[in-house]
Design a protein around this ligand. Sequence first.
Ligand SMILES: [Mg+2]
Length: 246
Amino acid sequence: MRRTVPGRARAFRRRAPFRPRGPLAPYPGWRRRPVPVFLLDLDNTLYDASTHCFPGMHRHIHGFLMAELGLDLREAQEMRERYWRRYGTTLAGLMRHHRTDPVRFLEAIHPPGLADSVPPDPGLQEWLPRLPGPAYVFTNSLASHAARVLERLGVAGEIAGIFDMVHAGYGGKPDPQAYRRLLRQLRVPAWRCIFFDDSRANLRTARWLGMQTVWVHPRRRRRGQVGSPGEWRYRSGEGLNCSLET
Ligand SMILES: [Mg+2]
């Protein structure tokens, strides 16, 4: 069943400070003020990672695999794809089969310049402050990288916190443990959360845990495009078209 989220969101002032590192500040305010808690994926949800970050990140992953495991480029490409499909992240496969150090891997594939081509997003700058609850980024990358992307987009001040692979214990989405860790740190129940992601697998886990889920259509982020019946145009500007699933 699909239903529409109210379009007019009451402005919400975030209380938790922006902390790219360390444990997330819990959000106990939902008991006093029953607002939804928004959990937002980063890549291909808040910005077009396929254009701006993934090509560079894939090059760094291939370089890491070639240097660490002695593969050639083609073998490295195949391994990245295979582990990503099988385990949800390349890192999960590397840790399982090669005992790769997750910190070294994540830092190698998210160098500081990776987000330099991400442009500011006026639509997102308008949309995020209008959400009727706090917004957290829930990403399978590093918080330092996510923070740089948010700075580039011009929305770092609108995000209450970032939950990354380090917080998740290196088992990221769609592993249910990552979601449970996030809920424990925020101290909010799953049913209070609205989870946005472009990955169906990630959405399935969130739905199974009791969250409301919003599928961000990866190819419908073009300006001026209107959602088809049953879809809800979530923000203006760039036009992030979403389906709210329950
Ligand atoms: Mg994504």
